[in-house]
Design a protein around this ligand. Structure first.
Ligand SMILES: [Mg+2]
Length: 176
């Protein structure tokens, strides 16, 4: 049996919704979408690039939501991108302070992956997160910080593909 494919842990705000872009000069390919996630008091506008859905599906990963949108991503984000319903990692609600300065997502993501190789794309990855993953995650991991003003770009897709290909050859490692 072939080994399971690596996981791609997907943040929404930043990689898929470049919320930090200048409203007058957003990156090309993005359109506004209206969403009503559970955590908002009313409708919110996100900017999404529908082409990202196909690009993500073509990658040799199993896609997983790793976002404070949690299951709401399956209702409001996935359909806009043409993605099927995806599993999601349960995350703490409001941001909680971590004594090790990691993101509130890092501990749950590492626990959820349970040693399985994963790549994580997020706009909020720092050195503490890299250190935690290196110390606590038994398998290969790639932590890719995405600029929240640009969202996922060609270099991100290329890196993800190359990293996954390296896994098949027995490589991997902590990555960057
Ligand atoms: Mg984010």
């Amino acid at each position: 049996m072939p080994p399971p494919r690596p996981l791609l842990l997907l943040d929404v705000d930043g990689p898929l919704n470049p919320y930090h872009a200048d409203p007058d000069s957003r990156p090309p390919g993005y359109r506004p979408w209206r969403a009503e996630p559970h955590w908002a008091s009313g409708p919110v506008e996100v900017w999404l690039n529908r082409a990202h859905g196909e690009r993500l599906r073509a990658l040799p990963f199993d896609l997983v939501w790793a976002t404070t949108w949690q299951d709401c991503a399956n209702r409001w984000i996935g359909p806009a991108l043409g993605l099927p319903p995806l599993p999601f990692v349960a995350l703490p609600g409001p941001a909680v302070w971590r004594p090790d300065d990691t993101s509130p997502k890092t501990w749950p993501l590492v626990a959820w992956a349970a040693g399985r190789p994963f790549a994580w794309v997020d706009d909020d990855i720092g050195e503490a997160d890299r250190a935690y993953v290196a110390a606590r995650h038994a398998g290969p991991a790639l932590l890719r910080r995405v600029h929240p003003g640009r969202g996922l770009v060609e270099a991100d897709f290329a890196l993800l593909s190359a990293w996954a290909a390296g896994l098949c050859g027995g490589g991997g490692g902590p990555g960057g």
